[in-house]
Design a protein around this ligand. Sequence first.
Ligand code: NAD
Length: 227
Amino acid sequence: MLSGAGLSAASGIPTFRGADGLWEGHRIDQVATPVAWKRDPTLVRRFYDLRRVAAAKAEPNAAHAALTRLQRQWGPERVVLVTQNVDGLLTRAGAPSVIEMHGSLHRLRCEAREDHPRVAVSGPQDPEGECGLCLAPLRPDIVWFGETPHALGRISEAVAACTWFLSVGTSGVVYPAAGYVEQAAWSGATCLEINPEPAGGPFNYVLRGGAETLLPSLVDHWLAGTP
Ligand code: NAD
C-alpha cells in the first residue's frame, strides 16, 4: 500500500501542491532541496518546524485507523505500508510497521553522514544541535528533492511480490514512488487507486472520493473475506 499526502488531508494537513503550485506558500527549491538547506538553513528549519508543529497537533483520521486495523489483523509481512508522508500519523494511529520513504518530521539527522544516528525531535529544531558522533550540524530527516528515498530495496521487493497494490492519496508526480504502480502492474498485481482526482496509472479499479470515507468500508470488506 502506497500512500501520499491525501491520506492525511482529512486530518487537516494540506497536501503538497496547492493550485498555485506552491507548498504552504513556498517554492520547492526554497525549502525542499539540499541546496536550499545550504543557502538558507534558517528558512528551511522554520518551514519544517511549522510542519512538525502542525503534524503534532493533527490527529490520525479514519483512513489511518483502517490501514492500521488491516496491518494488525493480517500482519506486516502481508500488509506492507509504504508512505511518502512525513507526518508520522500512520505510526501514531498504531500501525506496527510503516516504511517512511521520505523520512519524518519527528527526527533529525547528521548533515554530514546519513548513517549517523537519528535524533528524535518535538517542537522547533535547536539551531545549535550537533550530531552525537561527529559534531556536524543536524538537519531535518526529510528526503529532499535530489536525494535518495529510504528503503528502496525493501519497497521494490514488496511491490514486485504483491498481489494487490493499493495507492491512496498520491498525485503520482514524485518519483520513484510514482513509478511503483507500473512496476506492480507489470508484475501481475491488481492495482487499486483511492483518490478524489485521477492521478493516472494502470489501475484495474478506481475509487473516487476521500480515503477517510472509502478506506474503512474497503478494509471491513477485506477483513470479512479474502480479496
Ligand atoms: P500530492 O500533494 O502531490 O497529492 C495529494 C493527492 O491526494 C492528490 O492526488 C489529491 O487528489 C489527493 N487527495 C486529496 N484529498 C484526499 C483525500 N481526502 N483522500 C484521498 N486522496 C486525497 O502528494 P504526494 O503525491 O504525497 O507527494 C507529496 C510529497 O510531499 C511527498 O514527497 C511527501 O513527502 C510530501 N508531503 C507530505 C505531507 C504529509 O506528510 N502529510 C504533506 C504534504 C507534502
